[in-house]
Write a protein that binds this ligand. Structure first.
Ligand code: CAA
Ligand code: NAD
Length: 305
């Protein structure tokens, strides 16, 4: 695989996780943010996550009788430190110029993403592969904007990136075979199970998942059941780890609204792509879910109150 150095644009909810799993996979990673305070916040989340994972790795090694508590702790801490040392933070796009792969994880707005790829197309070396972590927009349009559509793929990770095993690897009709193969190999090296997808709205997961979340919000709007009961029903009735209302809080109500509004605009006659009024109202009230401390539920950090 030709990929050694990776750039990640956006170090928010998804970006910080992508930076971390790439570094855990042995890649040198540049984490790029718009402002220093957002970068500090993203790198802080990585430090917390690495500490948590190190604690778990040490516990596991002791439980399996592979090392004493002291040795296991020291090894896990050394591994975490080595991962962290592969990450460099930056607010200067020029630092992406020599990356072999640049993954975009900024706001879910196609015009903003296209403008970024147009800029990256001029800035990065000709061999750089471009990838988007978009939840819903066409990868092909971003590839065209970059000026190198044959080197564009989708790398769609799942939230929380550190724990979710899947990455969807999206190829457009213009994606070169070697670029797609490198993207699949990169996903594997990050510890994920890559699946190949065509450039269709929502790829595999979101085409199924987002209409399900929308239906749950419409159910809540109609008063068919409470948020708690909808979530309990899907957890205990279907064995899902989270119900759809809690999951919407977890994803972010703003991101969910961007996804559904984008699809409504493009596919006005598709009944599964309709914006629930309740979602719009909550976002207008700045109740964005876990990230703002309140959505359908109240949150303290990563935990539901
Ligand atoms: N890094 C390291 N450790 C983490 C972590 C992170 N980012 N996030 C959680 N953990 C740890 C927790 O601290 C906790 O540790 P302890 O056991 O020591 O307390 C452990 O992982 C388990 O976490 P929780 O106690 O919070 O609870 P859980 O067992 O329910 O697991 C979950 C959490 C993995 C998120 C699980 O609830 C789950 O799978 N939820 C569904 C997530 C999902 O569907 N994601 C997809 C969203 S859609 C998407 O991503 C696509 C899109 O485009 C919108
Ligand atoms: P977020 O708001 O948490 O993070 C976006 C980050 O990008 C912010 O920190 C912001 O400062 C930064 N940013 C914006 N413009 C920038 C620029 N030009 N240069 C550098 N940094 C910039 O959003 P998120 O939830 O991490 O979503 C990011 C992308 O990932 C979106 O396309 C979203 O659809 C997709 N996605 C989200 C989820 C989810 O569950 N939230 C899951 C999979 C994919």
């Amino acid at each position: 695989m030709a990929i050694k150095k990776v750039g990640v644009v956006g170090c928010g909810l998804m970006g910080h996780g992508i930076v971390q799993v790439a570094a855990q996979g042995g890649f040198q990673v540049v984490a790029l943010e718009a402002e220093q305070k957002f970068l500090d916040s993203g790198l802080g989340r990585i430090d917390k996550s690495l500490a948590k994972l190190a604690e778990k790795a040490a516990e596991k090694a002791v439980k399996e009788g592979k090392a004493s508590a002291e040795d296991a702790k020291a090894k896990a801490a050394a591994d975490a430190a080595a991962t962290r040392a592969r990450i460099t933070g930056s607010t200067n796009k020029a630092d992406l110029a020599d990356c072999d792969l640049v993954i975009e994880a900024i706001v879910e707005n196609l015009d903003v993403k296209k403008a970024l790829f147009a800029e990256l197309g001029k800035l990065c070396k000709p061999s750089t592969i471009f990838a988007s972590n978009t939840s819903s927009f066409p990868i092909g349009e971003m590839g065209d904007a970059s000026g190198r559509p044959q080197r564009m793929v989708g790398l769609h990770f799942f939230n929380p990136v550190q724990l979710m095993k899947l990455v969807e690897v999206v190829r457009t009709p213009k994606t070169a075979d070697d670029v797609f193969a490198d993207a699949m190999a990169f996903g594997k090296a990050c510890g994920k199970a890559p699946v190949a997808c065509k450039d269709t709205p929502g790829f595999v997961v979101n085409r199924l998942l987002v209409p399900y979340m929308v239906e749950a919000m419409k159910m809540l709007e109609r008063g068919d059941a409470s948020a708690e009961d909808i979530d309990t029903a899907m957890k205990f009735g279907c064995g899902y780890p989270m119900g759809p209302i809690e999951l919407t809080d977890y994803v972010g109500l703003d991101t969910t609204l961007f996804i559904v509004e984008g699809w409504t605009k493009r596919y006005p006659n598709d009944p599964s792509f309709q914006v629930p009024a309740l979602l719009k109202k909550k976002v207008d009230e700045k109740k964005l879910g876990r990230k703002s401390g309140e959505g359908f539920y109240k949150w303290e950090g990563d935990k539901r109150v």
